[in-house]
Ligand binder design. Structure first.
Ligand code: XIL
Length: 358
């Protein structure tokens, strides 16, 4: 059985604790230096820009930068006709100065489409198609050669099971063709950019996964310029490794780039909606920390072992500390999904992740 090597006996992940980042010395190996592929984190630039402790850790561990919200449509075009690229220019300056890859998240997503776009689209369907083209040409064109890759369409499929997401203005007005059109426009605007379809739960919802693979393989067959599949990989402790391994392997069979684009690992549950958290565990015990370290270790190992080297676009964490994690405010639960704690101290999860990347 090909995947047997993944399931090894658990061992303890202890670090030396790490000195407080304020001391200027980080007593932990660097994730990206140890890794054979890029390691990224999602950040919100405004607090990040004024947070020296966070910056020190970010520079130490990561060589890829994803904007948590700053590159979404509502940030770029809050009102009609006004492109605001000021923050993106500042982010790009930061990543270039620090030799990091800037990843574009995202171009078309139902959830970041501003209300003014939705209103206008409902009245004038043709306008939406034209707007999408202009938006992608302008945005991707401006950062041609600078933004390395893009999530061209994010979450275009239904939350659960197979099928396109119907509660999206893009699908409602343009039908499923908007997805491939977005890829064509992005490719025309920057032929070198690596273009992803990105979604959640595809590592564990097999119906959703199969629908995505069929769509992607149809794109490949018809010459739609897709270059990669993004697995958001917001997982829970109880998602079986066997399932994750089988979907990763099947996705790799497409020959496309594979990005684990938004990794975090929670203990509690949620129903995939804002505020939909179910608090099962109220405190983080040392035993839970060790189990999480083991899960980070296994995930890194699966990615390394199942994705061929030339398809490893990288692993990106959706935030890298429990203080700033989106899980708490978004789902309304207390959880500990990341590799650093609230005080920016390394957790066993960091050592597990390091061990898996090594
Ligand atoms: C999240 C952000 O982290 C939150 O701050 C925001 O309120 C909602 O969006 N999938 C995605 C990301 O593709 O863009 C989402 O980011 C998390 C789920």
């Amino acid at each position: 059985m090909k995947l047997r090597y993944i399931f090894i006996t658990p061992f303890l992940f202890f670090g030396c604790g790490g000195l407080p980042p304020e001391d200027g010395f980080i007593d932990v190996d660097s994730l990206h230096t140890i890794s054979n592929f890029p390691i990224g984190a999602a950040l919100r630039f405004l607090p990040f820009r004024n947070d020296p402790a966070l910056q020190r850790l970010q520079k130490h561990h990561f060589d890829s930068y994803t904007a948590g919200n700053d590159m979404k449509m509502y940030s770029i075009m809050p009102e009609e006709g006004v492109y605001d690229f000021s923050l993106i220019d500042a982010i790009l300056a930061y990543t270039q100065e620090n030799d990091q890859r800037l990843f574009g998240h995202n171009l078309i997503w139902h959830s970041s489409t501003p209300n003014w776009v939705k209103k206008k689209a409902q009245k004038d369907p043709e306008w939406l198609s034209d707007f999408m083209k202009r938006y992608i040409y302008t945005y991707v064109g401006r950062y041609r050669g600078a933004v390395h890759g893009w999530d061209v369409v994010n979450e275009g499929l239904r939350t659960k099971g197979g099928g396109y997401r119907e509660d999206s203005i893009w699908y409602e007005v343009l039908g499923s063709r908007y997805i491939e059109q977005a890829f064509h426009y992005a490719h025309e605007a920057d032929p070198e950019a690596v273009l992803f379809y990105n979604d959640f739960n595809t590592e564990r919802d097999l119906e959703k996964f199969n629908f995505m693979i069929d769509m992607v393989e149809d794109f490949i067959k018809r010459g739609v310029p897709i270059s990669g599949i993004g697995f958001q990989m917001h997982i829970r402790m109880d998602i079986p490794n066997e399932v994750i391994a089988s979907t990763l392997q099947r996705a790799a069979d497409t020959g496309l780039q594979i990005h684990l684009s938004e990794v975090d690992i929670i203990f509690n549950h949620h129903d995939d909606t804002r505020g939909g958290g179910v608090q099962k565990l109220k405190t983080l015990t040392p035993k839970m920390e060790q189990a999480q370290a083991q899960k980070y270790y296994e995930l890194a190992l699966m990615y390394q072992n199942l994705i061929p080297a030339d398809q490893q676009y990288g692993i990106t964490l959706w935030g890298f500390n429990d203080r700033d994690t989106w899980i708490r405010p978004f789902f309304g639960i207390q959880d500990w999904p990341t590799i650093y704690d609230e005080r920016l101290q390394p957790k066993p999860a960091l050592y597990g992740f390091l061990k898996g990347l090594r």
